[in-house]
Design a protein around this ligand. Structure first.
Ligand code: AMP
Length: 209
């Protein structure tokens, strides 16, 4: 089973993806994470990716599709993938058709004001990637591994607003694109409350391995 997570940046796609991955044995592929890993390597490609990401702009489709396709060649993808942050444009969705069959698209719904509030509060563990919020976690180290927490450059308010504009223009049309297999959930509640209906739905359509 292959799943797409749709939703504005900061709506909670990463958190939901991790829960689904754990219960349903799918591999989470986040193009944002792939790009950040490449950026951290300091390669020329990484620098190119950084120039788009730091501004909150989308990485060009050709480059995104190339990097995603390479990741999809790895054997761990054969049991099913949860795409987090891909596709982000209709062109990417068209390209995905040739790479994998999309069984369902989960749309995570959250008002933009709430996204802004959560994004500026988000902190990520430098070592294990665990996500925290300064709203309910005041420490500067990860509770799981002790790694230091940091704020992603693209979580700064100005960049968040730009990313929401980019989402409206480029990614929101995908809601129509996947309208025949769309499952909508609100992420206004806790991560557990958001996950519950998604888990029930995926179990019903036979996602359990
Ligand atoms: P994310 O972690 O998914 O919020 O992505 C962080 C940044 O990586 C985005 O703001 C874009 O600059 C870039 N990015 C991630 N996924 C894509 C994609 N599918 N298409 C284009 N750019 C992307």
């Amino acid at each position: 089973m292959n799943i797409i997570l749709l939703g504005a940046p900061g709506s909670g796609k990463g958190t939901l993806a991790k829960k689904i991955t754990k219960d349903f044995g799918l591999v989470q592929i986040s193009t944002g994470d792939l790009f950040r890993a490449c950026k951290a390597s300091g390669s020329e490609l990484g620098k190119k990716l950084q120039s788009y990401m730091d501004k909150g702009e989308l990485v060009p489709d050709e480059l995104t599709i190339k990097i995603l396709s390479e990741r999809m060649q790895k054997p761990d993808c054969q049991y099913g993938v949860i795409f987090d942050g891909f596709p982000r444009t209709v062109k990417q969705a068209e390209a995905l058709k040739a790479i994998a069959k999309v069984d369902t698209a989960i749309l995570i719904d959250l008002p933009f004001e709430e996204i802004e509030k959560r994004a500026v509060a988000r902190r990520v563990c430098r070592d294990c990637g665990e996500i925290y919020s300064t709203i309910d976690y005041a420490k500067s180290n990860c509770a799981k591994c002790g790694g230091s927490l940091f704020q992603r450059d693209d979580d700064k308010l100005e960049t968040v607003r730009l990313r929401l504009e980019v989402y409206e223009k480029n990614t929101a049309p995908l809601i129509d694109f996947y309208s025949d297999r769309l499952f909508k959930v609100s992420s206004l509640g806790s991560p557990e409350e958001t996950y519950k209906p998604v888990k029930d739905f995926l179990s019903k359509i036979g996602g359990k391995k």
